[in-house]
Design a protein around this ligand. Structure first.
Ligand code: HOZ
Length: 406
């Protein structure tokens, strides 16, 4: 029974576009009524009708420690009691910046902003100023927020295919390019992993052609390991963008990189960028509490092994059922693609059977398992997910994905 969600959605569609504040939440690609969430704890979320679910959305990635983590909640409560926003510098932002710099290879300076969209928008502007060039290269299927340059094709935005170094070089040869921006692990076309040598190849090409390399680590930052994709793949980008992943659940973002580049940002340089809520003390407190917790390697051991258990279990289930499907996974991020045997770029990922995913999504939801309401999103495992959660999820998936399911 989801009567309260249905009633809330009816009210919401009258006053908000599509009834939501971010499109994927509207369940358009899977059909049905979006669940309105009331509260969450650990690995569980509870909807407005009191139904309980094991949550694999994890607020789209940032809740590495799970919902309502005690250390983060305490830090947020303490900070909020001291004032919600000052529009002035605080110790909290210095501490979080120091922590990010100590975790992220090659990042010598950071600027806090409020979202990944803002971080990317600002990093692109900075790359253009640094190189004196206008064009950017982005990859088909990679998502970098909703600013104009990264949503369009054409003009100053050149599109390459993920994992295709030759295609990138072609573009770099023809045009004066300011930067190449990439999700080091693509996680907005489902999950698509970089092939061996792809990220280091991009670094090399950028060096040869005088462009900057930007890693959008909104998803991978601090989740793959402390140093994010840069450390995981041993490739240092020139600039890195972060979003929700540094906020422990609060709205936040940041971009950073080498000092000589970052010093072009106002007020030390001419690239203007500002924001009243940038470095907000409550968001900084949440982010700092999360990053401090991530000093403990056991957290990564746990989320990665739970990720492996879930992904291997799902692979085995689809294999035994005779369905064509594949699971892409890295650490605690995964995606089950229906209808295809592999996905290594946007074109192959787009061939996935979205109808079959929708049936899987609703079947699992009915059983109390909340996966992302789109084939082209990811599963995120948190430190709060237990072996029991994963076993329960796999048992339910095994029951659902049988020969009749196809
Ligand atoms: N960019 C997120 C999906 N990849 C947005 C999801 C949301 O919060 O609705």
């Amino acid at each position: 029974m989801i009567d309260n969600s249905i009633a809330l959605f009816e009210r919401a569609v009258k006053i908000m576009p599509g009834g939501v504040n971010s499109p994927v939440r509207a369940f358009k690609s899977v059909g049905g009524t979006p669940l309105f969430i009331d509260r969450a704890e650990g690995s569980r979320i509870y909807d407005a009708d009191g139904n309980e679910y094991i949550d694999y959305v994890s607020s789209w990635g940032p809740l590495i420690l799970g919902h309502n983590n005690a250390a983060i909640c305490d830090a947020v409560t303490r900070a909020a009691k001291n004032g919600m926003s000052f529009g002035a510098p605080t110790e909290a932002e210095v501490k979080l910046a120091e922590k990010i710099i100590s975790f992220a290879p090659g990042v010598e300076m950071v600027r806090m902003v409020n979202s990944g969209t803002e971080a990317v928008m600002s990093a692109l502007r900075l790359a253009r100023a640094y190189t004196g060039r206008q064009k950017i290269i982005k990859f088909e299927g990679c998502y970098h927020g909703h600013s104009d340059s990264v949503l369009v094709e054409g003009g100053d935005t050149l599109i390459a295919s993920y994992n295709d170094l030759a295609g990138v070089e072609e573009l770099l040869k023809k045009k004066d390019v300011a930067c190449v921006i990439v999700e080091p692990v693509a996680a907005n076309m489902g999950v698509v992993l970089p092939k061996e040598g792809f990220l280091s190849g991009l670094k090399e090409l950028c060096k040869v052609y005088g462009a900057l390399l930007i890693f959008d680590e909104v998803i991978t930052g601090f989740r793959l390991c402390k140093g994010g994709a840069q450390e995981y793949y041993g490739v240092c980008a020139d600039l890195v963008t972060y979003g929700k992943i540094i906020g422990g659940g609060m709205p936040v973002g940041a971009y950073g990189g080498r000092k000589e580049i970052m010093e072009l940002v106002a007020p030390s340089g001419p690239v203007y960028q500002a924001g009243t809520l940038s470095g907000n003390p409550v968001a900084m407190a949440a982010g700092l509490a999360q990053l401090e917790a991530l000093e403990n390697r056991d957290i990564y051991n746990h989320i990665n092994s739970m990720g492996e258990k879930l992904a291997c279990g799902l692979s085995a289930i689809v294999k035994n059922s005779g369905l064509k499907a594949c699971v892409n996974r890295i650490g605690s991020i995964a995606c089950l693609f229906f209808g295809i045997e592999s996905a290594d770029d946007y074109k192959s990922a787009k061939k996935a059977d979205t109808g079959q995913y929708a049936r899987y999504f609703h079947g699992m939801l009915n059983e109390g398992i909340y996966f992302a309401p789109s084939q082209f999103e990811a599963v995120f495992i948190s430190h709060a997910h237990t072996e029991k959660d994963i076993d329960e999820t796999l048992n339910k998936a095994e029951y659902l994905i049988n020969p009749r399911f196809a």
